[in-house]
Design a protein around this ligand. Structure first.
Ligand SMILES: Cc1cc2nc3c(=O)[nH]c(=O)nc-3n(C[C@H](O)[C@H](O)[C@H](O)COP(=O)(O)O)c2cc1C
Length: 334
């Protein structure tokens, strides 16, 4: 009943109003609302509504649906987001130093096809603030992970060492299309060196978030990076980040496309990456997942978990429970 009410409120009142504002203004409004946790706690699904335990390597999840990196970059309202029913929530991407990000406009909302194009460029207030917030995070109904940026070997190591004690796993972002510096880790030697440094220090699982591929040439590069990750002994891969596109509406002229429009490509990438790395690595599918049927297809294609971001913006907070419920039914009927 609560969820029915919430669905109606979001779809017919809340969303039309926030969509009148430019995307970043709406995002800041959403952030303020998310910080008010009692509202989200009241709306959180009861444990009876979702019963979909999943494994992610050695981690036990309450369900396989995760929040993708980027929504809570500063790790400010992960408790509210967890209350929406996610199996795990990813904070970040956290960088060692505070960063202003790219000039605005840097987020475009395409209402027609329910997609976003972002060129945020890691705005955030740095590692020390993220450590403070995560160390104070007591409400953890699901697992809590954090994404760190691979901008530089030293910075990534400091982020891993600083944040690891307060989270269940780390995701290393080597794939943001909006940040200069990250691309140096698309070279196998540079990536291998970084991963061996991180592997020596880490005590918890680490997943590497790869860029997407859309043709054979790109696939060759990304699969070679996947091989480097496998040989380095990481715990798993997240496939994939946003799809790089050019768009004059963005101040920097290019950004990353997300939402249902990239889902077909995701479904092609998952089996390709799975057959490349075998069954030993965890595979998290990310890109356009918006329904239980999408999540089910991604899991059937070889993923262990799914992650979403853009569906939350267009479908509202109820989408997490809807996906879990539909997944449960699809799994029972399989
Ligand atoms: C506004 C925005 C900001 C994002 N920021 C990050 C980020 O900081 N780190 C990251 O790894 N991915 C980031 N992403 C990518 C998402 O985590 C995800 O890979 C991508 O949006 C595809 O999933 P979706 O179609 O479910 O949104 C961002 C996406 C959006 C739309």
């Amino acid at each position: 009943m609560r969820w029915l009410l919430w669905g109606v409120v979001f779809r017919w009142i809340f969303r039309p109003v926030i969509f009148l504002f430019p995307p970043e203004t709406a995002m800041h409004g959403g952030e303020k609302f998310l910080k008010f946790r009692p509202a989200w706690y009241l709306l959180s699904p009861t444990r009876y509504e979702i019963n979909l335990p999943a494994k992610m390597g050695d981690l036990n999840l309450r369900n396989p649906v995760g929040l993708a990196a980027g929504l809570d970059k500063k790790c400010e309202y992960l408790a509210s987001l967890a209350d929406l029913g996610f199996g795990y929530v990813l904070g970040g991407t956290v960088t060692y130093n505070p960063r202003p990000g790219n000039p605005k406009p840097r987020v475009i909302r395409n209402k027609k096809d329910k997609s976003l194009i972002n060129a945020l460029g890691f705005p955030g207030d740095g590692l020390t603030n993220a450590i403070t917030r995560l160390s104070n995070l007591t409400h953890r109904p699901g697992k809590v992970f954090v994404s760190i940026a691979a901008l530089d070997d030293d910075d990534a190591l400091k982020c891993l060492e600083g944040l690891e004690p307060f989270v269940d796993a780390i995701e290393l972002n080597i794939s943001s299309p909006n940040t200069l510096g990250i691309r140096k880790y698309h070279d196998s030697n540079a990536l291998s060196k970084l991963l061996s440094t991180l592997n020596q220090k880490r005590k918890k699982p680490i997943y590497i978030k790869l860029p997407p591929f859309t043709n054979e040439q790109e696939a060759e590069l990304i699969l070679s990076l996947a091989q480097v990750c496998k040989k380095s002994g990481v715990s798993g891969l997240t496939v994939a980040n946003t799809l790089p596109v050019e768009d004059d509406r963005l101040a920097v002229g290019r950004g990353g496309l997300s939402g249902r429009v990239i889902f077909d490509n995701l479904l092609k990438m998952i089996p390709t990456v799975r057959s490349e790395v075998g069954n030993g690595l965890v595979l998290n599918a990310c890109g356009g997942i918006s329904s239980g049927a999408d999540a089910y297809a991604a899991l059937r294609a070889g993923a262990d978990t799914v992650q979403l971001y853009t569906a939350l913006v267009f479908e509202g907070p109820k989408v997490v429970v809807d996906i879990c419920r539909d997944l449960q039914i699809l799994k029972l009927n399989a």
